[in-house]
Write a protein that binds this ligand. Structure first.
Ligand code: NAP
Length: 307
């Protein structure tokens, strides 16, 4: 069976990644787009999800690419209509929303896929395999990027529920919670919030593995020049460095793997498989760490930031 899919929210990630990835993936076709401002090419277009659901009774799945603040209601509506749902990351603005969606998807017997694209970066599986037999000594994450370059014209990202610097930072946490074979808990955090914004521009997190190894993370949106998306792991007397957001792997300083980004095609292959089994894949571990940072973190006001 080929999945007939409709996509909601024709913004940056939908255009940059979802449309080309769907095109490349067997077993799924895009038949419709719901957008308030744009038109998809070669598909039926609707102003919103309600109109798309009403006019596309044969649609099997809905892909949600809007900001997290509006994802829950849309996901709920799609699941209630019996559709399989693909959620962009983060899967919701709150943990309680995502838990409610998991319960609803189970009840309705549909697939719910909380996608974490960074987990599909080329070197993540190899990093996980290297860490598995070793005792972790420490982990240090540096996720520093230029918000003006990566998120221009996205007011939602600075609003409550938009996550601020945790929008990219949660990608690091999605890799962390994939490659570490035991629970990671948050010990403390500090969040730098510009005077004119609701969400942080910088954050520092102190975490620990269940065995007690320290895990530190620094997220910063003020980095100009070279960008940094690194996770360094010391384990069993050796060192591992995942860089380029998980697409390059160094072991003891030697490059082992450097591959282009193929994260979204891999996610669509996963989605096709999940729908065939009507299965749910919705890990909230990365979102839980972000929620814990907001719960426990010290809020440190900082100077206004114009993006
Ligand atoms: P974006 O360019 O702002 O696009 C989001 C789209 O959602 C908008 O174009 C709009 O689509 C719709 N939308 C915006 N505000 C809305 C609102 N208040 N209510 C309903 N719909 C709204 O954002 P994006 O970069 O694509 O990010 C969307 C999601 O993808 C976020 O959760 C983000 O974390 C995730 N993501 C982004 C990237 C990236 O590099 N940008 C990478 C990975 C994941 P219409 O005009 O079509 O209605």
């Amino acid at each position: 069976m080929t999945i007939k899919a409709g996509l909601v929210g024709l913004g940056k990630i939908a255009r940059d990644q979802h449309l080309p990835a769907i095109e490349k993936t067997g077993g799924i076709d895009l038949i419709a787009v719901a957008s308030r401002n744009a038109q998809g090419e070669g598909v039926n277009n609707y102003p919103d999800l309600s109109a798309m659901l009403a006019s596309e009774p044969d649609m099997d799945a809905v892909i949600l690419c809007q900001p997290p603040q509006v994802r829950y209601q849309a996901a709920r509506q799609a699941i209630m209509a019996g559709k399989h749902v693909f959620l962009e990351k983060p899967p919701g603005a709150t943990v309680s929303e995502v838990e409610a969606l998991i319960a609803l998807a189970k009840d309705k017997g549909v697939t719910l896929y909380a996608s974490w694209h960074s987990r599909y970066a080329a070197a993540v599986a190899q990093a996980k395999a290297w860490i598995a037999p070793r005792a972790i000594e420490r982990i240090a994450i540096q996720w520093r990027e230029d918000v003006r370059h990566w998120h221009p014209g996205q007011p939602w990202i600075w609003e409550a529920g938009g996550f601020g610097v945790f929008d990219p930072g949660i990608n690091a946490l999605s890799i962390l919670t994939e490659i570490v074979p035991e629970p990671v808990t948050l010990l403390s955090a500090s969040l730098e919030v510009p005077a004119n914004k609701d969400a942080p521009i910088g954050a520092a997190l102190q975490m620990a593995t269940a065995s007690g190894a320290p895990v530190e993370a620094v997220f910063d949106w003020r980095q100009t020049g070279p960008q940094t998306w690194d996770i360094a792991v010391e384990a069993g007397g050796g060192s591992l460095l995942l860089s380029e957001g998980g697409n390059t792997l160094r072991l003891d300083g030697e490059v082992q793997l450097k591959a282009p980004d193929e994260e979204y095609p891999a996610m669509y292959r996963r989605f096709v498989g999940l729908v065939a089994d009507k299965a749910i894949d919705a890990d909230i571990a990365p979102l839980r760490l972000v929620a814990d940072a907001f719960l426990c973190g010290r809020h440190c006001p900082t100077t206004a930031f114009e993006d």
